[in-house]
Design a protein around this ligand. Structure first.
Ligand SMILES: NC(=O)c1ccc[n+]([C@@H]2O[C@H](COP(=O)([O-])OP(=O)(O)OC[C@H]3O[C@@H](n4cnc5c(N)ncnc54)[C@H](O)[C@@H]3O)[C@@H](O)[C@H]2O)c1
Length: 353
């Protein structure tokens, strides 16, 4: 199968590696509007014999018969490039967040449905086998009804140098600037933690959000105005009656990339905690049955489950769209829009799913 990639920055390498690991699947062509990024990608991946182009128009004109195209451009380019990919009749695997706002995300859903192409969004943390098991257990009802949820996402790239110095690199600076199409931590990593919670617990009915931008880190670097939020807290009410907090920070010193989801139900509790090195991605914690009275937790190791790249290929092969699809991406986008509205109005917002 022939795969293309649009955008050869940071995350594109992972797309290349994961697709090329799958039998009979090869990334054959890539494009980037930034020549330096394209050249770096091609020189680092010489042995893969990939053809490079300076923009999507050129790639679509010179290359035919893609089975699927990955969209790894920054958030603000997702809509136009994805519509172009779909318009050319190709299946698309788009990076998160699906778009900059719900209106654009909905336009992408409509185009995907019209085109009948496979469409998926890369909510990476779905790939944790422990998370997959957590969803299965909650949905089976064996630990009762969800009552209380704690979901948080911690990063520390504003205080640590784990991924380099954010002041020097475009790939971090665009994430701090609304003019560059970023909804800050909320749009960048908040989408992951909302997807994580909603997919496991159910739709959110109402939300109250407090977004925070720390201006003492500086107001502007080069063309980047540093006005996007650095973190948020949200209070949520789920449609099924559960309540919870969903939070996210880029100032969580001591955490490179940690996601925690705890769901307390009427007959038990369940928890996953994912780390940057993927050491804990298969580990699930559960307190149920007689352990409920002992406050004691069992630890389960969950067998590996397919990742999003494998599921995208499987969707194409079976012509059956797997999750997470654009509809889910748009649902999460609506929550992001509602958080911004809640913060601006200092009020609870109804989310009509
Ligand atoms: N799923 C995940 O866990 C995960 C992790 C990291 C990034 N991402 C997402 O991936 C996307 C890219 O992030 P990144 O960190 O790789 O950014 P990046 O800035 O490192 O790379 C983006 C690349 O896209 C190129 N580009 C911009 N417009 C283009 C266009 N119209 N056509 C072709 N190329 C274009 C840029 O020149 C750049 O090389 C973002 O939406 C981000 O949110 C997702």
């Amino acid at each position: 199968m022939k795969i293309g990639i649009v955008g050869t920055g940071n995350i594109s390498t992972r797309h290349l590696e994961e697709f090329n690991k799958i039998d009979n699947v090869r990334v054959e062509a890539v494009c980037d509007t930034n020549k330096a990024n394209l050249d770096r990608f091609l020189s680092l991946n010489k042995r893969n014999e990939i053809r490079g182009y300076s923009n999507l128009d050129e790639m679509l004109e010179k290359e035919k018969n893609f089975d699927g195209i990955s969209n790894t451009t920054p958030d603000r380019f997702h809509k136009d490039t994805t519509l172009q990919i779909l318009g050319n009749g190709y299946n698309v695997f788009c990076e998160k967040p699906l778009a900059e706002n719900y209106k654009d995300a909905k336009a992408m859903v409509d185009a995907a449905i019209r085109s009948k192409n496979i469409n998926m969004v890369n909510f990476t943390y779905r790939e944790s086998s422990a998370y997959q098991k957590l969803v299965e257990i909650i949905q089976s009802g064996v630990i009762g009804l969800p009552r209380h949820v704690n979901a948080c996402y911690y990063q520390s790239w504003l205080t640590s140098n784990k991924w380099g110095n954010w002041r020097d690199e475009d790939k971090w600076l665009w994430r701090l600037s609304t003019k560059h199409g970023s909804n800050g931590a909320l749009g960048d990593t908040g989408v992951h933690i909302f997807d994580f919670a909603v997919n496991a617990v159910g739709n959110i009915k109402q939300i109250f959000a407090d977004l925070k931008t720390y201006h003492d880190k500086g107001e502007k670097i080069r063309d980047y105005v540093l006005d996007a939020n650095d973190g948020f807290n949200s209070l949520v009410r789920f449609e099924n009656g559960a309540i919870g907090t969903i939070t996210n920070s880029r100032y969580a010193t001591g955490h490179a990339n940690t996601l925690i989801l705890e769901v307390f139900c009427t007959k038990g509790s369940i928890k996953v905690e994912l780390d940057e090195e993927r050491r804990k991605w298969s580990t699930l914690h559960i307190c149920e049955k007689e352990n409920v009275n002992e406050m004691s937790w069992e630890t389960l190791e969950c067998p590996k489950t397919p990742n999003n790249y494998q599921n995208f290929i499987k969707s194409i092969q079976n012509n059956k769209n797997m999750q997470p699809d654009f509809v889910q991406g748009a649902k999460i986008q609506k929550i992001i829009d509602s958080c911004i509205k809640s913060n601006d109005n200092n009020s609870w917002i109804d989310i009509n799913n």
